[in-house]
Design a binder for this molecule. Structure first.
Ligand code: URA
Length: 424
């Protein structure tokens, strides 16, 4: 029986078969249509826990040379809308002398990517030579770079195929994708931000918990300390969604002036990262990170970091420039926000050109949106509910229409908690 037949018929693959299959995916001896058929079988039938462990291990280590530089603590988000936490966490954690080397990806679909956001800083380089990386980690203690092609190469092929075969939101496939990259990067401590809600791949708390538990178990099996923090994605994180517009919000947060929800979430994620990296209690770490955001240390580390990676220091003196057509949605009547279709707000930014429809689409760094409405709150007439920075008036109007459509009004309003659960 072939591997595709076995997974189609729910017959578990042995460890040897899984390694052989991933080997063939990496060396290109299996065509895309067969890999896609296997992905759909795995998506529909699931995989056993043992298969998921074997798949992750094979994806992590087939074709992945050991990394040359390893941070002490790594972080990964399952993907959301307005999720700019990595831009803040990397320098914030590094400001405690904890080395951070983070490999990040680009946005795809309705979710953004850290690399695209960083490239809105003129001059910023996401590719560093091994020598440049070594020097930067030694001198500055933080680097965020493009994921190297050698790191878990099976994931690059599988992820691209999943994106076009409707097989992304599968717990086994997401767990293997994320944990293979994390195991290949070899950091001894990992904080996972598992997003739950209308802007996330995991729409319910139950599914997010299942994914989080699985990823923690995979880490433990490899003697890696993993903490998974379940965070709410039923509304954009902060206000801004786009690239330069998110960098502006991240810079404000690093100077202590960020939106409350974003600041609170960053503090929680950072306190777990610092607690793992420095072996101190989460409470002590929380007090330290709060101080570093308030006294300028986090901002100072951010500027050192991005300038070391090529950004022009002059651009840090002001907000980054945004696209020229600025439109606003001002409320004409009272609005009680019961829910937000967060994915739709991600798609509004995508419509403006902030993201990609297909892998190699160019990204417009200057366009973006801000949605100021939060779930569970009531806003009066005259409130600025959203704004849009577009290249043209029709594009801006379309994005505003999508934002308006994403707001569900209702009587039974309830505020959401930002941090839902911590799994370790
Ligand atoms: N992020 C990843 O790296 N992989 C997935 O499958 C989903 C989110």
């Amino acid at each position: 029986m072939t591997i595709i037949e076995k997974t189609r018929d729910r017959i578990p693959l042995s460890k040897e078969e899984m390694w052989q299959w991933i080997g063939a995916i990496v060396d290109g001896s299996i065509p895309d249509y067969q890999v896609a058929a296997w992905l759909m079988a795995a998506y529909l039938n699931g995989l056993t826990e043992q298969e998921i462990f074997d798949l992750t291990e094979a994806m992590a280590f087939v074709g992945s040379p050991p990394p040359r530089h390893v941070g002490l603590v790594d972080k990964h988000s399952t993907g959301g809308v307005g999720d700019k936490t990595s831009l803040i966490l990397a320098p914030l954690v590094a400001s405690f002398g904890i080395p951070v080397v983070k490999m990040s990806g680009r946005g795809l679909g309705h979710t953004g990517g850290t690399l695209d956001k960083l490239e809105s800083l003129p001059g910023f380089r996401v590719q560093l030579t091994p020598e440049q990386l070594e020097r930067q980690v030694k001198d500055v203690g933080v680097a965020v770079i493009a994921q190297s092609r050698d790191l878990a190469p099976a994931d690059a092929r599988l992820y691209a195929l999943r994106d076009v075969t409707a097989t992304v939101d599968s717990i086994p496939l997401i767990a293997a994708s994320i944990m293979s990259k994390k195991l290949a990067a070899k950091s001894p401590n990992i904080v996972l931000d598992v997003k739950v809600g209308s802007g996330a791949f995991m729409k319910t708390r139950e599914r997010a918990i299942e994914l989080a538990r699985l990823m923690v178990q995979i880490g433990q099996a490899h003697h890696v300390r993993v903490k998974a923090i379940l965070t709410d994605m039923n509304q954009p994180l902060g206000f801004a969604v786009g690239n330069a517009i998110e960098v502006n919000e991240a810079m404000a947060t690093l100077r202590g002036n960020g939106p409350q929800d974003l600041t609170d979430e960053v503090k929680v994620l950072a306190s777990h990262m610092v607690s793992l990296g420095a072996n101190i209690s989460v409470q002590a770490a929380l007090e330290n990170v709060t101080r570093a955001l308030e006294d300028g240390r986090a901002w100072q580390k951010f500027t050192e970091w991005v300038v070391a990676q090529g950004a022009d220091p002059k651009v840090l003196e002001h907000d980054l420039l945004l696209a020229p057509v600025h439109l606003q949605w001002v409320l004409e009547q009272q609005v009680a926000v019961q829910a937000i279709n967060t994915r739709e707000i991600g798609l509004a930014a995508l419509t403006l050109g902030a993201g990609r429809h297909v892998k190699d689409d160019p990204v417009d760094h200057a366009v973006g949106v801000r949605c100021f409405l939060k779930v569970g709150k009531v806003y009066g007439p005259g409130t600025v509910a959203a704004d849009v920075y577009a290249r043209s008036e029709p594009m801006g109007q379309e994005a505003l229409r999508m934002i308006k459509k994403s707001i569900v009004q209702g009587q039974s309003i309830r505020q959401t908690e930002a941090i839902l659960e911590i799994i370790e």
